[in-house]
Design a protein around this ligand. Structure first.
Ligand SMILES: [Zn+2]
Length: 69
């Protein structure tokens, strides 16, 4: 049995160039759940759920500089 973790079902979906794999242990102190993701560039990382939901995170950071404009 899991703890009372309310998980938004993002597993298997995409956020821009990020394939969302699975939730990571929540950081309740910061109020941010995090997700394990795999970027299209092949780099796995963890990102804040809020960034995935609001569309502000679409990659691991490898293309971030391209999106300034
Ligand atoms: Zn990347």
């Amino acid at each position: 049995m899991n703890d009372e973790i309310e998980v938004v079902d993002l597993s298997g979906s995409w956020a821009g160039n990020l394939h969302i794999l699975r939730p990571v242990a929540p950081h309740y102190r910061s109020g941010c759940r995090r997700w394990r993701v795999m970027c299209f560039c092949g780099l796995g990382t963890e990102v804040d759920e809020a960034g995935l939901l609001d569309g502000s995170i679409t990659d691991c950071g490898c293309r971030a500089s391209d999106k300034v404009a």
